[in-house]
Design a protein around this ligand. Structure first.
Ligand SMILES: NC(=O)c1ccc[n+]([C@@H]2O[C@H](COP(=O)([O-])OP(=O)(O)OC[C@H]3O[C@@H](n4cnc5c(N)ncnc54)[C@H](O)[C@@H]3O)[C@@H](O)[C@H]2O)c1
Length: 433
């Protein structure tokens, strides 16, 4: 108030100071001093408020960290939703916490588990690595099937402990991660946050849970890095990653080994090979090629040195889901309790691929036929920013132990993707970002 008064007084000062009487001048000086004093006090208070505020001190630059502090959870109504979503309806059903449930693979796996009568609770931080409205649409889809996605971060141990207090999950399907190889050069800390710190935090809570759940989690084919021997087998070396993403997945496999060894957690890592399909990820080539071809924009296709072919073992989402569900069904119980190991526990790693790599140029030709639009192709030398020349899975181990058998070829799978894409983006005039 006093500040406002000073302002109105200042407003009355004549614009010609030479006409001032002495007394008026002194009053003016003292008013100016007061105004300066109060301005400093006011600015000081603002500064102290921001400096001491806990949220500002943890204001991080990456999206996954930002979301750690913005979610509210807890309370009787929230617990009721969690319990109802976790309710097992099938005889011999399991109760699963699915992290990354609003993600591409997480949505499909959650829906499949729910369909067969398992209890499913999702967890996702809805970060904006890619268009969050797509994650919200997947959430709405799951909600209709009775799956509740808790909004929160896997680094929030209090939230995770609360979830295990409300539901004695028998299994965790851990899919939350910072995906994508090229983005690691832009935002490396998001990979450390979700793929390393988040994984450790989740395993810490799981090891202390009583009973301990069995954990199935997503590693990646990228751990094979610069290997040239094909097809990639689980026995091959995985110590030459080509991206920070791959390095964090490899670190995850070592961390899994530690928690299995010390605490008796049952852990199964799945090395997915380029998963594609409806509700897919907009940062992946098949997705943004579709978008750009439809817009008439030119697309950049990478080629290896000496015009070498870049190829991927594209794996259709339904095949991956079958592999995930089989891994959950064959996972043995963890052996520890109360944070202590009681005996040896299961530790597994499986390739989940399609076993038939397809050159990226062929992927584009299939899309051209399905979209009935000719692509404007620009061939480019593959930059050294995380991509590898080819991937090719040997899946005999998964075949033997999980009964895994992919059945969808790229032509059939892309047809389903394109049908979904056109329907999704033409409804309500949504545009792919
Ligand atoms: N899609 C593929 O081709 C592929 C290939 C190899 C491995 N993977 C792995 O499979 C898993 C699922 O991949 P996707 O394609 O569904 O990716 P996605 O990005 O669509 O799904 C991941 C989800 O996790 C959430 N998330 C990220 N960090 C989180 C955190 N700290 N706390 C809570 N939620 C968080 C994201 O919001 C997202 O919804 C990931 O671990 C990924 O690394 C995928």
């Amino acid at each position: 108030m006093s500040q406002l008064k000073q302002m109105s007084h200042l407003d009355n000062i004549p614009s010609t100071p030479g006409k001032f009487k002495m007394e008026k001048r002194l009053r003016w000086h003292s008013s100016l001093a007061k105004l300066t004093f109060w301005s400093f006090v006011f600015l000081g208070l603002i500064f102290i408020f921001f400096f001491l505020s806990p949220s500002s001190s943890s204001l991080p630059s990456d999206p996954s960290r930002r979301s750690l502090r913005t979610y509210s959870w807890g309370g009787p109504a929230w617990e009721k939703r969690v319990r109802s979503s976790a309710k097992v309806r099938a005889r011999n059903g399991i109760s699963v916490l699915v992290t990354g449930a609003a993600g591409f693979v997480g949505t499909h796996v959650s829906a499949a588990l729910k369909r067969r009568g398992d209890g499913v609770v999702g967890l996702d931080n809805f970060n904006d690595y890619y268009d969050p409205s797509l994650k919200r649409a997947r959430q709405a889809l799951l909600e209709r099937t009775g799956v509740f996605i808790v909004e929160g971060d896997i680094n929030d141990s209090e939230l995770l402990r609360k979830l295990f207090e409300v539901v004695a999950f028998t299994h965790v399907m851990h899919l939350a991660a910072q995906a994508g190889v090229r983005y690691a050069m832009e935002n490396p800390s998001s990979y450390v946050h979700s793929n390393i710190a988040g994984l450790v935090n989740l395993l810490e809570v799981c090891k202390s849970a009583n009973p301990q759940p069995a954990i199935v989690w997503a590693s990646s084919s990228s751990v094979y890095g610069l290997n040239t021997k094909v097809p990639f087998s689980e026995r091959d070396r995985t110590d030459q990653p080509a991206s920070l993403y791959a390095a964090t997945k490899k670190a995850g496999e070592e961390i899994a080994h530690t928690y299995n060894h010390i605490y008796g957690l049952s852990l199964t890592g799945l090395r997915f090979f380029t998963v594609y399909g409806p509700w897919g990820r907009p940062d992946m080539a098949y997705f943004f090629f579709t978008k750009d071809i439809l817009k008439g924009k030119s697309i950049r296709i990478f080629e290896a040195p000496n015009h070498g072919t870049v190829a991927r073992d594209f794996t259709y989402i339904d095949d991956i889901v079958k592999g995930c569900v089989a891994a959950l069904d064959t996972a043995e119980k963890s052996t520890g309790s109360g944070g202590k190991k009681k005996g040896p526990a299961q530790l597994r790693v499986f390739n989940l691929g399609n076993t038939s790599p397809v050159p990226v140029t062929d992927l584009v030709s299939i899309l051209e036929r399905l979209l009935k639009v000719k692509a404007k192709r620009t061939m480019m030398k593959m930059p050294r920013n995380g991509d590898v020349q080819f991937t090719h899975a040997n899946i005999s181990l998964a075949q033997r132990e999980l009964g895994y058998k992919p059945t969808t070829d790229l032509q059939t799978g892309l047809k389903k993707f394109v049908r979904w894409y056109i329907k999704y983006y033409s409804a309500g005039e949504k545009s792919a970002q």
